[in-house]
Design a protein around this ligand. Structure first.
Ligand code: HEM
Length: 344
């Protein structure tokens, strides 16, 4: 938000605008807090890196490392300071959080709006892969859930976080194969949403069809590598594309799937008064769920997400829908998930 506000001001006025908008004070304050929290861990890594290179190399090879280890390993020596590593870690965490929560919220809204249509086949798929008493979910399990993967990709096709994709700044002039010359310093991007809503790429592109990508993957005539949630191709560019496409998309996909599985196995959802999916709102090219939406939630009768059956009394309060909304602190992102699991 701070960057957007700053960019709205002419370059010469930016130092003045920066001094008066509250966002930058908040950013500096959070940076300071994060540095305080993470500094001991960074200093420990820097010590290993500089003073015990053999231990450091062996440590990296275990694969049991954190983002902070990776940031120390890949940074230029002159940038190996706690401030710089903490700054980068904050950037990665920021990139990981709003994207994933935005996506999960869109999935929840699609589920709530068409619960019987989507939840029943999704539950069947999840339960057939995990068995009756799931204790743990592995990546191999998730890779068998094609319907879930497809549902996620379709939810993203309709509501990616940004409507424009693959934003790039041109560093040296080049010519497209069609003849147009692109000058140095030009900002280019692809109209990701209009492309993925075009009938050239999808049959009946404007209808939400949660299992369309599953069908495309099943059919030998239509299958290709871009149809999985984390893959990109000309039709779906919502994780970016090419060398600089989102490096965290596998984690984003994993987290989103685990959350949706948890919700599907434990709860029924619907939009209040059997209403329609609430419209998202758009700010610049951002597409975000409306924090004022209302969905209802109740514990599923045969819930077994924790591996044991819960006592369930028909008609008891636990079986009635409860409203999730209105409370501004609830917002429409990960907070909702927290409520889902904590409240009952
Ligand atoms: C559903 C979740 C996510 C979505 C939709 C998403 C989307 C994107 C998009 C569209 C880009 C720009 C790619 C391009 O310009 O080609 C991007 C970049 C990036 N994402 Fe994600 N992301 C998600 C999750 C994550 C997670 C979980 C992490 C970190 C753990 C992450 C870290 C990054 C980073 C570091 C970049 C910058 C890459 C670069 O500039 O080289 N993302 N993401």
């Amino acid at each position: 938000m701070a960057a957007i506000r700053l960019r709205l001001a002419p370059k010469v006025l930016r130092p003045v605008v920066a001094a008066v908008i509250p966002n930058l004070y908040r950013i500096r304050w959070y940076r300071y807090k994060i540095l305080q929290l993470i500094s001991p861990a960074i200093k420990q890594r820097l010590k290993w890196y500089r003073e015990q290179p053999e231990y450091w190399d062996a440590r990296l090879k275990t694969g049991d490392t954190l983002t902070v280890d990776w940031l120390v390993e890949v940074s230029e020596p002159c940038q190996l300071t706690p401030e710089m590593i903490a700054h980068r870690l904050t950037g990665v965490s920021f990139g990981a959080t709003h994207t994933t929560t935005n996506h999960v919220t869109n999935c929840i809204l699609e589920l709530a709006a068409g619960f019987d249509q989507w939840a029943i086949p999704l539950r069947e798929e999840i339960e057939s892969v995990l068995g009756p008493n799931p204790e743990a979910i592995t990546n191999a399990d998730l890779s068998k859930m094609w319907k879930l993967d497809s549902f996620m990709k379709e939810a993203q096709r309709f509501h990616p976080l940004t409507k424009l994709s693959v934003n790039r700044k041109v560093l040296k002039p080049f010519q497209l194969s069609t003849g147009e010359l692109i000058d140095k310093n030009t900002h280019i991007c692809f109209p990701g949403v209009p492309i993925s809503m075009d009938d050239q790429f999808f049959n009946d592109a404007k209808s939400f069809d949660g299992f369309r990508f599953e069908r495309l993957r099943q059919d030998p005539d239509t299958r290709h590598n871009g149809l999985q949630f984390t893959s990109s191709y000309a039709g779906t560019l919502h994780f970016g594309h090419g060398r600089y496409s989102c490096p965290g998309r596998f984690m984003g996909s994993l987290t989103s799937k685990l959350l949706i599985i948890k919700i599907l196995l434990s709860y029924d959802l619907k939009i209040k008064d059997n209403g329609k999916r609430p419209e998202n709102f758009t700010f610049m090219d951002l597409d975000m769920p409306d924090p004022k939406y209302e969905i209802l939630i109740r514990r599923r009768k045969s819930s077994r997400s924790s591996g044991r059956r819960r006592r369930y009394t028909p008609g008891s309060q636990i079986n009635t829908y409860k409203s999730l909304t209105g409370n501004p602190s609830l917002k429409c992102r990960s907070g909702v998930i927290a409520r889902l699991t904590i409240k009952y």
